[in-house]
Structures are given as C-alpha cells and as structure tokens.
Design a protein around this ligand. Structure first.
Ligand code: NAD
Ligand code: WQD
Length: 336
C-alpha cells in the first residue's frame, strides 16, 4: 500500500516508516520540521535500503496538502503531525489548539477533495483523563484531560469520528499510545528532544550519557509499591508495528475503531531507573522531588482489543526498551 505519514520525520513517524517499509509498503512523508529534521528520513532510507519521498510542508496548508495528496494518491494517511509537549501546551495553549486542530481539519478537507478514505491517527492514553481507573479499555468514556495538549487529542478524536458519521465510506483508526520509549535496534534513529526533555526516558538517558547531572523523580508518596507513578512503557518499534497492522486493517474496514497500543504492564519510575542502570552499566544519579502538576498516579492499557482485532501484541520488554534507548543515546549523544 501507499502510505503518507504526516509528521513522519519525528520520533514515532520515523520508526513507523521503517516498519512500513520492512512490511513491503511504500512510504511518503510530509513534515514542516517544527520538531525534527530531514536527517531522520535519510537514516530510515539507510536502515531499509529503500527510498522515501519527503515533502517539506505544513499540514495546515491546504494548497500544499492538495498538491501532495494529489501526487501521492495514498491508500492511507497516518497522521502523526502535531505538537506534543505537555508543559509547553499549558503556556502556549492557543498555538497547540491552532496547530493540532488545524492540521487535522485541513487534512480531512484535503482527503475529501482528493478521494482519500483512510486515516490512522496518533491519539494518546491521556484522553482517559484522571477519572478512569486502569487498566484502560477503549469503551471507557473519555475523561477530563489535565492540559491543553491532552484536550487537542480528545478533540481530534471527536472531529475524526464526526467526519466518519458524515462520510460512512471513511475508515478512521484512533490509536491511543501509552508511553513510547526505546529506539530502532540499529541505534540510527531515536528520540531527539529539543532542550530539556519533558519525558522520563530521554531524561534518564541524558543523565546516563553525562549531558545532565541528575534526574528528579516527581514524587515518591503515591499509593504504589515504591511510591512512584506507574506507566505502560511501550517499545517504539512495537508501537510502529502496531501502525502497520492498523493501516492494513483500514484497507478492508470502514467506520471508526479505537485501539490501545500498550503492553498492559505497569512499571514505576524507579523500575525504569533500575532497568536503565542495568542497560548502561552504571548508576543513574537521581533525587526525589515533589509531585509534577497534572500527573496521574497510574496509567496502563488493557491491550486485548488490538490483540484480538489487529493480531498485534507488544513483544519487547523494559530491558530491551532501555538497551535500545541507551544504544541510540551512546551512538548519538547530541541527537541527530
Ligand atoms: P515528534 O514531535 O517527534 O513528531 C511530530 C512531527 O510532527 C515532528 O516531526 C514535527 O516536525 C511534525 N509537525 C508538527 N506540526 C506540524 C505541522 N503543522 N505540519 C507538518 N508537520 C508538523 O513527536 P512523536 O513523539 O513522534 O509524536 C507523534 C504523534 O504521536 C504526535 O501527534 C503526538 O502527539 C502523538 N503521541 C506521542 C506520544 C509520545 O509520548 N511521544 C504519546 C501519545 C501520542
Ligand atoms: C512518566 C513518569 C513522571 C520526567 C506524557 C504525556 C502523555 C503522552 C506520553 C505525549 C511520570 C515521571 C518524568 C522526569 C519523573 N504523550 N518523571 N522525572 O507524563 O506519563 O505522559 O507522555 O505525547 O500525554 O502526558 O510521561 O515520560 O513525562 O512521565 O519522575 O524528569 O515519569 O512523573 O510518573 P507521562 P513522562
């Protein structure tokens, strides 16, 4: 199949590009490099020995998207493009609503005008909010989000589902990611956050490689076995392979389907620190700080629907996640 990946130069998009190419599909990427560079796609080409046509454009630019969709004529669009920093979304809510909602609206308009009927969307476990109890199942009512970023995902899901009500010929697959970590086993592509990382894994790996002094663990007074929050960390290549299954599923299905992409196994912040220490072979310096505003205590998936319907299951454990993050970080201490 021909797949257009919006935001495909980013962390999850570049890994999905590899998985799609490995599965024999053709990959096209559109990205404005707001949070990435063309280097990731060059490396995707090196890993796979395949070519990827890369368009530099803003997904909110209707004329550009019409040109690209017209030229590519994709069977499916996998829509990663968006801004994703939770803390930044609190200080720049308008930018986040503008970018994340506009890209999705423009993409839907352009898909309609160009006869493209299938979309796989990057949603997030954040839509379960802070009032549902894990393990989260897809049929739970969406919750109250704790930040503007989360609301953009919540709203984009609604927009996509509504578009499908109006056009039953559409196939809309909403993928709710849990906590993606790790990197491709080659260590050639990985997560390359700009500035101080917001997320746990890139922070730990920058401490491990000596770019940062120590990790602050945000609270150890939660009602969990070691007092730190628990998350469902998922290897980015497992996540990428979930997209291949979702895109293939969309070829033969219409309507809106939601899938959790997680492992179903919760790990605490200190579990991750311990596993990373084993991967890198030295201690990770950390201190216990206060709780971070907006954090939920526990988040993990019930991943049975994806197993049943997509025949997909995450295979890589947290040791592999840490080993691959470390491999990427060591080979690319300053990112791309
Ligand atoms: P990323 O920032 O690495 O990738 C997003 C890509 O979108 C970047 O390459 C960026 O340049 C591009 N982009 C942003 N706005 C654009 C625009 N207007 N036009 C064109 N390109 C644009 O982030 P990621 O971690 O790969 O996340 C991909 C998607 O998955 C995002 O939608 C994110 O919200 C979602 N998601 C991520 C996580 C996570 O923890 N990484 C979890 C749940 C959901
Ligand atoms: C994980 C755990 C922190 C950093 C976020 C988004 C979510 C999704 C994935 C993005 C928490 C703790 C972290 C640090 C720490 N989407 N932590 N010290 O918050 O579960 O999810 O990323 O696109 O929408 O909210 O992930 O990696 O930030 O935090 O102790 O320096 O690590 O408190 O318990 P989170 P995270």
């Amino acid at each position: 199949m021909r797949a257009l990946l919006t935001g495909g130069a980013g962390y999850i998009g570049s890994h999905t590009a590899v998985a799609m190419l490995d599965a024999g599909h053709e990959v096209f990427v559109v990205d404005n490099f707001a949070n990435s560079s063309a280097e990731s796609i060059k490396r995707v080409e090196q890993i796979t020995s395949r070519t990827v046509k890369l368009y530099e454009a803003d997904v909110s630019d209707k004329a550009a998207m019409d040109r690209i969709l017209g030229e590519v004529a994709p069977d499916v669009v996998i829509h990663f493009a968006g801004l994703k920093a939770v803390g930044e979304s609190v200080s720049k809510p308008v930018e986040y609503y503008r970018n994340n909602i506009d890209t999705t609206l423009t993409l839907l308009e352009s898909m309609k005008d160009n006869g493209v009927k299938r979309i796989v969307f990057s949603s997030s476990a954040t839509v379960y909010g802070d009032n549902n109890q894990p393990p989260f199942t897809e049929d739970m009512a969406k919750g109250m989000c704790t930040n503007p970023y989360g609301w953009t995902k919540w709203m984009q899901e609604q927009i996509l589902a509504d578009a499908n009500v109006a056009d039953p010929e559409l196939s809309v697959v909403l993928l709710r990611y849990f906590n993606p970590v790790g990197a491709h086993e080659s260590g050639m592509i990985g997560e390359d956050p700009k500035g101080v990382p917001n997320n746990l894994m890139p922070f730990i790996s920058q401490v491990a490689v000596g770019r940062r002094d120590k990790l602050t663990v945000f609270g150890n007074d939660y009602d969990t076995p070691d007092g730190t929050c628990r998350r469902d960390y998922i290897h980015v290549m497992d996540l990428a392979e979930g997209h291949v299954k979702a895109a293939e599923y969309s070829l033969n299905n219409k309507g809106t389907e939601i899938f959790n992409l997680g492992t179903g196994n919760p790990y605490s912040v200190l579990d991750m620190v311990n596993s990373f220490e084993a991967a890198c072979g030295h201690p990770i310096k950390y201190e216990i700080g206060s709780r971070r505003a907006g954090d939920v205590q526990d988040s993990w998936a019930d991943a049975t629907k994806a197993a049943k319907v997509l025949s997909w299951k995450a295979e890589r454990n947290i040791d592999q996640m840490c080993l691959d993050s470390w491999n990427w970080q060591m080979k690319n201490p300053d990112g791309y």
